[in-house]
Write a protein that binds this ligand. Structure first.
Ligand SMILES: [Zn+2]
Ligand SMILES: [Zn+2]
Length: 434
């Protein structure tokens, strides 16, 4: 009897939860429809006026003004150019939602009407600037999510901690905010969410538990030789030959030393040395990046890069090189319990087939700094392109899609931003439900 009495109750409880989710999803999507025209203007303005890492002054001021207008208490210049916006709505959990602020030092070639023509000074040199990683999509969705949540504040309680982080592209922005007291001056979050645009079909969300991005370490090595005449190498010590040997041999760390089932990459992206063909230079500077998921592979590659660099110099009887390997960002580790709790509401809002498990990306993110402060977090991906274009790109010989950081990267704004707001809003409301 007990059994029978309990069963309908349990079923009723389940139905209530799931219909509450459906109500949230419907209310959220109603809100978004009304606000999109204004968000579109906001997005195009951000896109046309990108700023590089730690120079995001105009961008930060725009976000701060929007958040004040929505009713948030806003603090600017947290970690140089960062913005913190707090909205208190009764007793309940504190939930962090992050966006980045920065663009990239590159020329945009997307051809969109609102393409960037912006310039900036980078290390004293003029550079063009573009939002080619979609951080303008994230900022617009961040504002849209804030507006949606405030409009629906009767349906949740707790504190929203919306943060706009500087300098994601060079690493260091998240750390700058934490060092400036982010979790001391403002409430420490119980949960955190962030999203990133991705060249998948718009209307879809990719997610996973555990590691979703890579550890990134920067390599900077100066090989030392002895300059001289190109015709008399015996009177000199050629650092170009040493650097060349290093660049080739360092790849055996990946092919011969690392467990082939584990992810790991070493890329040398810059070699600088010499001026003309008949002078042997004194030094050659080599710069690169190491990417890994596990701490074990990371340690092996760091040790290996130093060992191969030293051995390349020793083989030429050259002085030991100067080697600097600097951590740029650790892998983002999604909290399994939060992911299991959030995935069903994303599916309810966007449809089962539009919310899919996605393998970890090999790119990196300093958002991990916030997570590693002990905040259960979920970082997920939002698609930006027409499904047909994505299908075409997947076919052998098909037209490739512009990836993040391509000068041609051009998300389709409306469906991308709407999906991002919808996903983020239902995810946040789910952990703050009354
Ligand atoms: Zn990027
Ligand atoms: Zn990015």
């Amino acid at each position: 009897m007990k059994f029978f009495a309990l069963l309908p109750l349990a079923a009723a409880a389940l139905m209530m939860t799931s219909s509450a989710h459906a109500d949230n999803a419907a209310a959220v999507s109603d809100q978004i429809k009304g606000m999109y025209p204004q968000l579109s203007t906001f997005y195009q303005d951000l896109h046309a006026h990108p700023e590089i890492a730690f120079q995001e002054v105009r961008t930060a001021a725009k976000l701060a003004a929007e958040m004040r207008a929505i009713g948030f208490e806003v603090t600017e210049k947290v970690g140089k150019t960062g913005v913190v916006a707090v909205y208190k709505n009764g007793a309940g959990p504190t939930v962090l939602v992050r966006t980045e602020l920065d663009g990239l030092p590159m020329e945009e070639k997307s051809g969109v009407a609102y393409a960037s023509k912006a310039h900036a000074l980078l290390d004293g040199k003029d550079t063009m600037v573009a939002h080619s990683c979609g951080h303008d999509i994230h900022m617009t969705s961040w504002v849209g999510t804030a507006r949606t949540l405030v409009a629906l504040k009767a349906q949740w309680k707790g504190t929203l901690l919306f943060i706009a982080q500087p300098a994601e592209e060079i690493g260091g922005g998240a750390r700058a905010m934490l060092d400036d007291g982010l979790f001391r001056r403002f409430p420490k979050p119980d949960y955190a969410f962030a999203l990133h645009s991705w060249p998948a079909p718009y209307g879809t969300i990719g997610y996973n538990s555990g590691i979703v991005s890579s550890n990134a370490d920067a390599i900077e090595i100066t090989f030392k030789g002895r300059g001289g005449h190109g015709s008399a190498p015996d009177k000199a010590l050629d650092p170009i030959a040493i650097a060349a040997r290093f660049v080739v041999d360092v790849q055996t760390l990946i092919s011969r030393e690392k467990d082939p089932r584990e992810f790991g990459v070493v890329t040398i992206g810059a070699i600088n040395g010499g001026t003309v063909g008949n002078i042997i230079p004194d030094t050659v500077r080599v710069r690169g990046t190491i990417r890994s998921f596990s701490p074990e592979v990371r340690a092996k590659l760091i040790e290996g890069v130093s060992r191969v660099a030293n051995a390349s110099a020793a083989m030429a009887a050259a002085p030991a090189p100067d080697i600097a390997i600097t951590l740029l960002g650790r892998a983002v580790d999604n909290d399994d319990a939060l992911v299991q709790r959030t995935a069903p509401v994303l599916k309810q809002a966007l449809g089962d087939k539009n919310v899919y498990l996605m393998p970890a990306m090999t790119a990196s993110e300093d958002y991990s700094e916030f997570v590693n402060e002990g905040v259960p977090s979920m970082y997920f991906f939002t698609g930006v392109y027409e499904a047909k274009a994505v299908e075409e790109a997947a076919r052998p010989g098909g037209k490739p899609l512009a990836f993040n950081h391509s000068p041609y990267y051009a998300p389709v704004p409306e469906p991308t931003i709407k999906t991002a707001i919808e996903a983020m809003s239902v995810a946040v409301m789910n952990v703050m439900a009354r």
